[in-house]
Structures are given as structure tokens and as C-alpha cells.
Design a protein. Structure first.
Length: 123
């Protein structure tokens, strides 16, 4: 893991593909799509834990999220396990888009979630 000013790299492969796990611009934090494999419940838990870790690198949590984009191979499986997502957001309700897709970059992935978070002026 590497955090260098505006950019946070979680995995070494990010540099190979020329992207960052997170990028800060002004008071906004843009978090790249985070993927999960396997059964949807396990994939969701891994994805949201990783997103939580990324937010924490900037002293943020899910209450700072203003937009979530979720891409899944099986949207019904996502809705079936929505309690996993709710565990992280609690009563916070960001704007969200959920889309079912035929495939993600890694064919083994079943879920990808990207976030936009706002960094309050006092943080």
C-alpha cells in the first residue's frame, strides 16, 4: 500500500495498468472500481471491506460517500445480500447506480464498486 499526496495505490498491478485505487482532487476523493470474486455474499464483504480501508486512508468513512456505482454479473444476488452493504452505510444514503453487466475486466469477478466521497473542509 502506498499513499502519496493525492494518489493511493493499494495493489502493485495498479501502476502496471496506469491507475490508482484512489485519487484526491480538491475536496473530492475518487475511488476506483474495487472487485470481488466468488459467491456474491463473500464478494460483497471483500469489496466493502477494501473500500472501507481506502476511505480510512483519508480519514473518511461511508458517511462521506456521495455517489456509488455498482456493477454486478447478477444484480438479484446483490439485492439478496443488501444487508452486507447496509452494514457499512448504516442510515447514510448516497446517490447510487446499480447495473447488471455481462462481464467485468477480470472474468472471475462478479462485482465491482466505485465511490466518490466528499472530504469536509475541517478534515
Amino acid at each position: 500500500m502506498e499513499k502519496n499526496g493525492k494518489v493511493f495505490h493499494l495493489n502493485p498491478g495498479e501502476k502496471e495498468w496506469n491507475y490508482a485505487q484512489a485519487y484526491r482532487s480538491g475536496n473530492m476523493l475518487y475511488i476506483s472500481g474495487t472487485v470481488g470474486n466468488g459467491d456474491m455474499d463473500k464478494a460483497m464483504e471483500r469489496v466493502y471491506k477494501t473500500l472501507e480501508l481506502t476511505l480510512k486512508k483519508y480519514n473518511l468513512d461511508f458517511t462521506h460517500v456521495v455517489k456509488e456505482n455498482l456493477y454486478a454479473k447478477d444484480i438479484e444476488a446483490v439485492t439478496k445480500h443488501k444487508a452486507i452493504r447496509e452494514k457499512y452505510y448504516g442510515t447514510h444514503n448516497p446517490a447510487a447506480t446499480w447495473v447488471e453487466v455481462a462481464r467485468l475486466l477480470d472474468n472471475e469477478s462478479v462485482l465491482e464498486v466505485e465511490l466518490i466521497a466528499e472530504i469536509k473542509k475541517t478534515e
